[in-house]
Design a protein around this ligand. Structure first.
Ligand code: SAH
Length: 484
């Protein structure tokens, strides 16, 4: 099944007529989660640990030695023209001028979000024409259910008059558009909102502006900054590069859907001399390759912190560990804001409720490829370590509580997606009903859809148990829906 999905890129797509979304067999980033072995050591079969040359030299066991001769003898700089992309030249430049390899995390961060050449920076990477597909793009029901969650939390907060509704990494802005469209009937809720989109990509910011049907208010008062307002619910919208830039002082509802998986991870390998960080280097034939760091690296501090949170048994069985310092730091920022201002955060992503071993994967045009292959042309993502998010948030304050993770299927089911799909099915054509059922399966189902009658290679795969939902709230809000 996995092979079929990796090798066959579907040539057609069908459209939701109800909401113009794509119901397609295209790859969700979590597909390997079930298709690969469930053993933590083999979370990503496409992710070879070291490049083949090194692997051939040291074929067995987890305690491998690595040829480090190239670390400090980088190839002479050549003035001959190369076909390297600007990002590849940039990465090789960093490695050359740094005088040694860079961490996998630095590589991942440059590849995804380098301000000039990053994967997310200058294009729309979602949907059938893009590289992968996400839940909000599968069905409008996803954003609607997240809207129900946000509204319930607002009720639990005592219906505050002013709330920051923050989305981290909003992609095309589809989730927020569906949320606002469905919430617009509840005026007292929407009137309290100021939407803040935290997005690093100028291209995606423009797309979000368009999809939220934003306009800049015509205001004649001099010196007052003009407001951008979404016509979907008549509420102000602002954009920021960082969560820290979102104004504080009022309660926040923060949504992070498939955001954490894009944060850079450090990878560690157990070797005879202990845990060594896996680094990206340039070989003599000018290709990227993995090597192990000869000395402890700064990220080792995060590895130690992560290991402290785990039971020794959990660590002992692992030959590799991934840690995501940015996820830990972001969680602390979220928890601290919620502690000060009140509110809560919802994190939905694919991952594990425990230590992640080796999950980093690259997807280009709905196919898995090698992580080092033409960087910048493929998405890189890693499983989210939900246990580490829990510990990071709980360490901030006793006033913070963390709930879940539960599966996406449980989460959407408890919020009423079954009723929503039934209501939509009451009033649609056969073709629309078909698309709705497919979208519904993809959001809450597990494995291949049993009702599917179309071509084998287009069979929809459920994301219901591969994606997990977790909430972080200020304790004074009580236990959030539907985690009771
Ligand atoms: N939530 C969306 C998109 C997920 S893809 C959906 O589910 O469809 C990840 C998103 O996060 C993209 O919008 C990307 O541009 C943004 N992003 C990735 N790293 C970021 C960072 N460090 N800061 C801000 N935005 C980032």
């Amino acid at each position: 099944m996995l092979t079929r999905h990796l090798l066959k890129q579907a040539s057609t797509c069908r459209h939701f007529l109800l909401n113009s979304k794509t119901s397609s067999p295209f790859l969700t980033k979590s597909i390997l989660f079930t298709s690969s072995s469930s053993s933590p050591e083999s979370q990503s079969p496409t992710n070879t640990f070291v490049d083949d040359k090194v692997k051939d030299q040291y074929p067995t066991g987890t305690s491998i030695s690595i040829d480090r001769s190239a670390l400090y003898n980088l190839p002479e700089h050549s003035h001959e023209p190369t076909s390297d992309s600007e990002l590849v030249k940039h990465l090789k430049g960093i490695i050359k001028f740094r005088g040694g390899p860079i961490s996998v995390a630095e590589y991942m961060e440059e590849v995804l979000t380098n301000p000039k050449f990053g994967f997310y920076i200058s294009r729309d990477v979602f949907g059938a024409e893009g590289d992968f597909i996400t839940s909000p793009e599968v069905s409008q029901m996803f954003g609607e259910m997240v809207g129900v969650w946000a509204m319930c939390l607002w009720e639990q907060m005592g219906r505050p008059k002013q709330v920051n509704l923050v989305e981290l990494g909003p992609g095309r802005g589809t989730l927020m558009a569906d949320l606002l469209r469905s919430a617009s009937k509840f005026k007292s809720f929407t009137e309290s909102l100021h939407v803040h989109m935290v997005e690093c990509s100028p291209t995606l910011q423009k797309l979000q502006h368009h999809n939220l049907k934003c306009f800049v208010e015509d205001d004649n008062s001099d010196g007052v900054e003009k407001r951008t307002v979404s016509m979907l619910a008549g509420i102000p919208v602002s954009w920021h590069a960082l969560l820290e830039q979102v104004p504080s002082g009022m309660p926040s509802i923060i949504i992070a859907h498939e955001f954490y998986d894009a944060l850079p991870v450090h990878q560690f390998q157990r070797a005879s001399r202990g845990w060594c960080e896996k680094m990206v280097d340039v070989s003599e034939d000018s290709m990227f390759r993995f090597v192990l760091s000869p000395q402890p690296t700064p990220a080792t501090l995060y590895l130690m912190r992560r290991c402290k949170w785990a039971a020794p048994k959990e660590i002992e069985k692992l030959g590799q560990i991934e840690v995501c310092p940015k996820a830990m730091d972001l969680t602390r920022t979220i928890a601290d804001r919620i502690r000060c201002d009140g509110g809560g955060a919802l994190i939905i992503d694919y991952g594990l409720n425990g230590v992640v071993s080796d999950s980093l994967q690259a997807i280009r045009k709905h196919k898995f490829i090698n992580i080092l292959d033409n960087p910048g042309s493929a998405d890189l993502s890693a499983y989210v370590d939900f246990a580490s998010i829990r510990h990071s948030a709980e360490e901030v304050s006793e006033d913070i509580s963390v709930h879940g993770p539960m599966t996406q299927s449980q989460f959407l089911g408890a919020l009423g997606i079954n009723f929503r799909v039934e209501a939509l099915l009451q009033n649609c054509t056969d073709e629309q009903a078909d698309s709705l059922r497919t979208g519904y399966w993809r959001l809450v189902g597990e494995g291949e859809a049993p009702f599917w009658e179309g071509p084998d290679e287009l069979v929809p795969i459920g994301m219901g148990t591969r994606y997990l939902a977790m909430a972080i709230v200020n304790k004074k809000q009580g236990v959030p829906v539907p985690f009771q």
